[in-house]
Design a protein around this ligand. Structure first.
Ligand code: UDP
Length: 238
């Protein structure tokens, strides 16, 4: 059996990644393979927490900006993250994985409220914990929620599964000569304003010395490779 490099990981999955090519809603052809891999990570003894975005349904600023009050638009975004959390939980349960959803805004009929000690207890018992509703506050992102929950549960690393395979010095979609970094410091990311996470999330993970590995979700096997500590994507550390 493979041995994981990391005992406890926080996987951040963007909402858009769950939508596949349609970029809206949920694509079970994407969710299924991702959950297959997460199941294998659990089977080799990795403790897995997940924060999922909501961009496949609603992003506060992008979709509500100028038309809605910001906080309310963000509340809608947090509800979108909960839809995704429930979909992931269901797919994991179908595979026999023990899973709990905890939300930062109480909705007791459908999920547990977020309680750190309960979350860590679930993780110790080998249950996957999915953190819904981001941080529970408007004006924040799910990247920041990932950095916050990773710090709270003492995760060894944040696995940032994106639709790009690492961090580049310029946008590879625009510049064919864009160079991918294998490793970076948080200071470089902040100084060069590299598009890893937003600055709030970046400084929070930097202050708490939590490394972040950025890689592509397009090949879900990357999650397993990341857990084993293989050289993929871009590693950002202090
Ligand atoms: N959101 C929020 N507070 C949080 C996390 C998320 O208000 O702590 C809202 C915000 O409107 C955001 C939306 O939820 O645009 C969806 O999250 P995000 O944009 O981070 O999702 P992703 O881009 O990862 O799919």
């Amino acid at each position: 059996m493979d041995t994981p490099k990391y005992k406890r990981v926080l996987i951040k999955i963007s909402g858009e990644a769950l939508a596949g090519d349609k970029k809206f809603g949920l694509n079970f052809d994407v969710i299924g393979p991702v959950c297959d891999v997460i199941q294998r990570c659990v089977e080799i003894g990795t403790q897995v927490g997940i924060v999922v975005g909501g961009g496949n349904f609603w992003r506060g600023v992008k979709d509500g900006g100028g038309k809605m009050e910001r906080s309310r638009a963000d509340h809608m975004g947090m509800l979108a993250t909960t839809i995704n959390s429930l979909a992931l939980a269901d797919a994991l349960e179908q595979r026999g994985v023990d899973v709990r959803v905890q939300t930062a805004i109480e909705m007791r009929q459908i999920a547990e409220p977020y309680i750190r000690s309960k979350a860590t207890r679930h993780l110790e018992k080998g249950r996957v914990v999915i953190f819904g509703c981001g941080t529970g506050n408007p004006y924040f992102s799910t990247d920041t929620a990932a950095a916050l929950r990773a710090a709270e549960i003492n995760a060894d690393i944040i696995l940032l599964a994106k639709n790009i395979d690492g961090v580049y010095d310029s946008d590879p979609a625009v510049n064919p000569d864009a160079k991918k970094y294998d490793q970076l410091s948080y200071m470089d990311v902040l100084k060069e304003r590299l598009g890893v996470m937003d600055t709030t999330a970046t400084s929070l993970s930097m202050d708490n010395s939590i490394p972040v590995l950025v890689f592509a979700l397009k090949d879900p096997e990357n999650i397993y490779r990341a857990v084993l500590g293989e050289d993929i994507g871009t590693l950002v550390k202090v």
